[in-house]
Write a protein that binds this ligand. Structure first.
Ligand code: FMN
Length: 349
């Protein structure tokens, strides 16, 4: 498990695993030639799940569970604390079920990150085979305590499981288990690059889930990540499945438009690579935007690079706010936009 986590980081850093199409570029904000706003008066702060952030940005869960992950998560957490944005960690299964490298997660607790997400995968909350130990309320409590988390993120990654040679093949019963956990813990449900539809979000809302991170198609493709791992393992069938399903899923902006009408906080992620993408996500009605792959290279390099990347995202967001005449996030959420390209076809289906 620890080896697999290290491989994911290595593949994302070393290979091209981005989706084929940049759906965020299809969301075109309308330029205001006369903004009547001073750059210095722009307020990017926002409240997300009861926590105040300096900017509507979440570093979504990526890693933990192997030695090099200590540095990555520490760089991310320190930068998130200093810039005032939210962050999540990668799946904590290895730490809570096998005791693997808990320090790669707990380092996050040392920093005053304004909102932290613990992370567990949906396939691990149901038994995959007879006698399996599942992640239940006791393990979730442990996962949350490890990073002093405010919210539990349960991730849906069935596309990834289908491409992984060693992937989990059972999905039945996850919805009910999510409902049970959501009665005990504040739960956000996130995808991992294939998006969440209105129908799925509705069934989760009815089971007490409090927020969504859509993590749609167009950014890091986990089919691509697992394709490369399958090639390296000589798993020919999975390597082919990874190629076939490389771009599978609901485009991130479309998923935001699907889920926002439910009235719960939505984190827009999947391919968010600039502060302009953050602005586009908010104009669609998201409460915040999330980014993972776009932060990994900086986090693997050093703290200064990580902080600079975050500050640049915030700066670009402010530029987009000025150019749309938005003084606050509330005003940005009312900014006008046009949907073009493939995303337009999706929204008209
Ligand atoms: C190296 C790496 C590892 C990841 N591991 C997890 C994980 O353990 N749990 C999770 O919920 N999401 C995980 N993700 C998914 C991200 O949180 C995010 O949903 C996805 O990468 C899409 O965002 P992006 O296009 O900005 O990368 C991982 C992403 C990356 C790049």
């Amino acid at each position: 498990m620890s080896h697999r986590k290290a491989e994911h980081v290595k593949v994302v850093l070393g290979r091209d695993v981005e989706g084929r199409y940049r759906y965020w570029d299809d969301i075109q904000l309308i330029h205001s030639a006369l903004p009547e706003v001073d750059f210095d008066e722009i307020d990017t702060s926002v409240s997300l799940l009861g926590h105040r952030l300096n900017a509507p940005i979440v570093i979504t869960g990526m890693t933990g569970g192997f030695p090099d992950a200590v540095k990555i998560n520490d760089n991310l957490a320190r930068a998130a604390a200093e810039v005032g944005v939210a962050m999540g960690v990668g799946s904590e299964r290895a730490a809570v079920l096998k005791g693997q490298y808990p320090e790669s997660y707990s380092t996050v607790a040392r920093h005053a990150v304004p909102l932290k997400f613990a992370n567990i995968g949906a396939p691990q909350i149901i038994p995959q085979k007879a006698g399996d130990r599942v992640v239940g309320p006791a393990e979730v409590r442990e996962a949350m305590d490890l990073i002093h988390a405010d919210v539990l993120a349960i991730h849906l990654n069935f596309l990834q499981e289908m491409v992984q040679p060693e992937g989990d093949r059972r999905a039945r019963g996850c919805l009910e288990q999510i409902g049970l956990l959501a009665r005990v813990f504040p739960v956000l449900v996130k995808e991992t690059g294939a998006g969440i539809s209105h129908t799925v979000a509705e069934s989760l809302r009815d089971r007490h889930v409090r927020a969504f991170d859509v993590s749609g198609t167009g950014g890091t493709s986990f089919a691509a990540v697992e394709h490369y791992r399958a090639v390296d393992q000589g798993a020919e069938r999975e390597a082919r499945v990874g190629k076939t399903f490389w771009n599978w899923g609901i485009p991130s902006p479309v998923s935001v438009l699907e889920v926002v009408p439910l009235g719960l906080p939505v984190i827009a992620s999947g391919g968010v690579r600039s502060g302009l993408d953050v602005a586009r996500a908010l104009a669609l009605g998201a409460t915040a935007a999330g980014t993972a792959g776009g932060m990994l290279r900086a986090a693997a390099t050093g703290f200064a690079e990580t902080k600079t990347e975050l500050e640049t995202l915030v700066h670009e967001l402010k530029v987009a706010m000025l150019l749309t005449g938005s003084r606050s996030i509330e005003e940005l959420r009312r900014a006008r936009y046009v949907v073009t390209g493939e995303t337009r076809a999706w929204t008209r289906r």
